[in-house]
Write a protein that binds this ligand. Structure first.
Ligand code: OAD
Length: 234
């Protein structure tokens, strides 16, 4: 039967690629203050510090490689398409590892680290190099207005309309590698349940919402995601 699967991924899917998670013991927010580094107010107060934080993360990302979980999700997208189904991959991650593994239908709800945006003219551009406060926007020429094209606390996530449409149409919702603590993503499992979708959690350990899922598998994403996909496609 043709199925529409909506998947939500979080930092846990990229953890084994060497990109940090946020709320684990060694997580990014245990070392850095999110209000300083991931809010419009923090950027206004200290743009150099904020740009340096994202410059370091961008350099890590350029050197990182997709892991078996990313490749398995690309295989699932292809396998579903061959069966007349559809995969919508919603990610809270700002990395491009899903795309590099071959996923095509990816919605980055928290933006993309390899893009920059101009705070003056709103132009969005590819960005693989460090950003500096002395950079000029290639569109409008404004100096000092370029910022990472990422969603900060207090800002609206991207693609919420498309995500709502996908959730309303989903036969299955799978949450992978996310603590389920940041809204609106934390509410997607309940939205999917309301429209009758089967819900699955694949995570290192039960998330805050763990009990609401119909099915759950716990372990490293590089193992449990390929296992789940293999079982589903055979
Ligand atoms: P969190 O750090 O909150 O949660 C990561 C989840 O991944 C936890 O549930 C871990 O148990 C799990 N995990 C860790 N290693 C794993 C592994 N190898 N395999 C499988 N699971 C693993 O990260 P997110 O839920 O993605 O937003 O955080 C959501 C948002 O909060 C982020 O997008 C970011 C952050 O603040 C913004 O910056 C706007």
């Amino acid at each position: 039967m043709a199925q529409h699967i909506v998947i939500l991924t979080g930092a846990g899917v990229s953890a084994e690629s060497g990109l940090g998670t946020f709320r684990d013991v060694d997580g990014i927010w245990s070392k850095f203050d999110p209000m300083e580094l991931a809010s419009p107010e923090g950027f206004a107060r200290n743009p150099v510090k904020v740009l340096d934080f994202y410059n370091a993360r961008r350099r890590n990302l350029v050197d990182a490689q997709p892991n078996a979980a990313h490749f398995a999700l690309a295989k699932l997208e292809q396998g579903l398409a061959e069966r007349g189904g559809l995969l919508t991959l919603v990610t809270q991650n700002i990395d491009d590892l899903h795309e590099r593994a071959g996923s095509a239908n990816v919605l980055h709800m928290h933006g993309e680290l390899l893009k920059a945006r101009c705070g003056a003219c709103s132009a969005v551009m590819n960005c693989r190099e460090d950003l500096s406060v002395s950079d000029a926007c290639p569109g409008c020429g404004d100096v000092g207005a370029l910022r990472p094209h990422v969603v900060w606390f207090g800002e609206y996530p991207e693609h919420l309309d498309d995500i709502a449409v996908a959730l309303a149409d989903a036969d299955m919702f799978i949450s992978i590698g996310t603590s389920g603590t940041v809204w609106p993503a934390a509410g997607f499992v309940l939205q999917a349940r309301e429209t009758g979708a089967r819900t699955v959690e694949l995570n290192l350990e039960p998330s805050d919402d763990g009990r609401v899922f119909d099915e759950a598998h716990y372990g490293p994403a590089s193992e449990i995601v390929p296992d789940w996909v293999e079982t589903y496609l055979t």
